[in-house]
Every structure is written in C-alpha cells, then in structure tokens.
Design a protein around this ligand. Sequence first.
Ligand SMILES: NC(=O)c1ccc[n+]([C@@H]2O[C@H](COP(=O)([O-])OP(=O)(O)OC[C@H]3O[C@@H](n4cnc5c(N)ncnc54)[C@H](OP(=O)(O)O)[C@@H]3O)[C@@H](O)[C@H]2O)c1
Length: 242
Amino acid sequence: MDKKIILVTGASSGIGEAVADQLAREHHTVVLTGRNRKKIEAAAREMASRGQRVVAIPGDMTVEEDVRAIVAESLKTFGAVNAVVHSAGVFRMNRLEATPTEEWRQVLDTNLTSTYFLIKYLLPHFYKQGAGHVIALSSIAGKIGFPQETAYCASKWGLMGFLAALRLEAAPKGVKVTAILPGATLTPAWNTFGGKLPRESMMAAQTVAEAVSYALSQPAEANVDEIHLMPSRDPFGPAGKA
Ligand SMILES: NC(=O)c1ccc[n+]([C@@H]2O[C@H](COP(=O)([O-])OP(=O)(O)OC[C@H]3O[C@@H](n4cnc5c(N)ncnc54)[C@H](OP(=O)(O)O)[C@@H]3O)[C@@H](O)[C@H]2O)c1
C-alpha cells in the first residue's frame, strides 16, 4: 500500500486510538487528534519512539475554529493530508422525553456537524491534489433505529446521508468516501452503560481498525462505499445497539 498522511480524529480512545496505532504500524504518517491533549501526546511519543512519523494536535471537533486549526496545522506540519478517519463521537442513551436539549445538541454536534466542519476545511486541499479519502465511523445505528437512541440514531442516519451525497459530489475530483458501520465494539464508550452488556460478544476495536485499513488499501479505481461489521454472536441483542 502507498504510504499516506492520515488525520485520525477520536485518537485518544477506543476505535480511533486503535486506528491510529494500526496505521502508524503500517508506516503511514498519522496526525492524532482529540480533546485529551495528554493522551494523544503520550500516544504520539510512544509511536515516535518506535520510529513512526506522528504528531498530536489537540482540539474540540464541535468548535469550528478548532477544526479549521487542526486541518491547517496538519497541512503545515506534513505539507499534505491524503486521508481522514473521523472517529470522534459520543453515544448517549435516553428516552426522548428525558433527553435534555443540551444532550441532543452535544450528540448532533459531535457526530454530525463536526463532519461538516472537518470535510469543509479538508476538501479544497483534496481537490487541489486531485485525490483524498474520507472515512467516517458511522454505526449500525446509522441504518437501524434503536429505542432510547433517538439522538444517536439521528446523528448517524444524518451522517450516512451526508456521506452518500458527498461520495457523488466528490468522486469526479478523485475523492473517495467510505462509511464504516460497526455494531457493538468494546471501547471505553460502553463504560457508562457498564455491567448489563455482554462484553464477551462485542468486537475488538482492533477489528474495526483493520476494516479501516482495508478500505484505505484499495487501488485508486476502487472505492469501498460501506463496511458493515457486526458481532457474530447476538448482533442485535443489547450489545448490538451501538
Ligand atoms: N464502540 C461501539 O460499540 C461503536 C459502535 C458503532 C460505532 N461507533 C462509533 O465509533 C466512533 C468511536 O467510538 P468509540 O467507541 O471508540 O468511543 P470512545 O472510546 O468513547 O472514543 C470517542 C473518541 O471521540 C473523541 N471525542 C468525543 N467528543 C469529542 C469532541 N467534542 N472533540 C474531539 N474529540 C471528541 C474522544 O476524545 P476526547 O475525549 O479526547 O476528546 C475519543 O477519542 C464513534 O463515532 C462511535 O459512534 C462505536
């Protein structure tokens, strides 16, 4: 596979952390971003000590100015960005009538509006270089509705619509668009929902990272539109509602 410069959001935890590690081990250059400066800097230091080419650029994906600065700083540091893996996201479970407006906004801002900010600032660069790859972490909740997940499902269905439109809009300019739709994956996101969930049937974050790597490794003439990746046991049980 060609070695790429790849921006990974949500790189401080879970799937994004596994993706950043996987891509660095494959000798891609990786920009790690997330709000937790300490965590991404520590991860970047460890990767650099293994000889990997990485940088940590902290920021909040719901703040447009932060996203603009993350993209600008990535381009300044490495001169180009070839792909982005957008894994930053939040999962909240609540009955609709008990969902505070603030929580609704947080889920939509983090999972959907952040994507608009990120792609808006990256796209001119992708168009200029005549190539680029947008990979976003959607969810099985971007195809199926789950009770008590109205905000989360709305954000992920919205993301699927965004990606479908972008795929057609950007393809003539050489830009690929891939949606990754995992089911339940064992990450810190589940900590708040804890003991009730059968963790042994969840997928490892590394499995999702390998799916991202597969999408990135396809030749220029092939685009992976969507990858559905579900736990093989009890995919739609309580643990399948991610
Ligand atoms: N785990 C699952 O079962 C599952 C299933 C399907 C889809 N997904 C999707 O996969 C993605 C990653 O989930 P995960 O399970 O890996 O969750 P996680 O372990 O909780 O990680 C979430 C990441 O998002 C970042 N993040 C959250 N809010 C942010 C903000 N405002 N600005 C910047 N970064 C922010 C966090 O970093 P900071 O706290 O450092 O900002 C963290 O790195 C999400 O989009 C999620 O919806 C997960």
